[in-house]
Write a protein that binds this ligand. Structure first.
Ligand code: SAM
Length: 171
């Protein structure tokens, strides 16, 4: 695989432990063989975009884990809940692997079977975003991602996405 594989197996394998790599490869192989999947092992989704989102979010989760020097003092606010990333239009959701495991990943898609996850702390919701949004409990510090999804294929859900997430990435 070439050095510029930015969306395929070579890219994503680095994010799983050696013990889990065989299982991931089997899953990807089944995915590629699935009817309607028109790509190959060099394209598993726009993984490169997610790597950049994950880099930005890394700082956020690191800062949350810093021990607060004001703990115990008047006005101290207790530790915040973990950050959740809502990935709207997640497709096979292989990109869940690139996020820090402290981030709760929620994949949402109206199409396809439930994705298999290769780390803890992940959830899948099947449905059109506009139809399922009322079931989400979004905190102000959570993030919405609509990567190559709403802005291209379902613009009617874009204003709903915009109202739901204070922090967001749309490409
Ligand atoms: C081109 S894929 C992008 C997959 C992934 N986000 C990526 O960047 O690799 C677009 C996905 O968005 C999903 N999608 C489009 N509109 C949606 C909506 N309103 N609600 C949920 N999923 C949606 C489609 O089913 C499809 O799986």
């Amino acid at each position: 695989v070439s050095d510029d594989d930015r969306c395929g197996i070579e890219t994503i394998l680095k994010y799983v432990s050696p013990e889990r790599r065989d299982a991931l490869l089997k899953y990807i192989s089944a995915l590629i063989d699935r009817e309607g999947y028109n790509y190959d092992h060099t394209f598993l989704g726009f993984i490169d975009d997610y790597i950049h989102y994950a880099e930005l979010l890394q700082r956020k989760v690191d800062l949350r884990d810093v021990v607060d020097p004001f703990a115990g003092q008047k006005g101290f606010r207790p530790k915040k809940p973990p950050i959740t990333v809502y990935d709207v239009g997640c497709a096979a959701a292989i990109q869940h692997l690139v996020f820090d495991p402290r981030i709760h990943y929620v994949g949402i898609d109206c199409f396809g079977p439930e994705p298999e996850f290769f780390r803890e702390n992940c959830t899948f919701i099947k449905g059109k975003f506009g139809d399922i949004v009322h079931t989400l409990k979004v905190n102000p510090d959570d993030f919405g991602i609509a990567n190559m999804s709403l802005a291209y294929t379902c613009t009617e859900d874009l204003p709903i996405f915009d109202r739901t997430f204070r922090r967001k990435f749309v490409l």
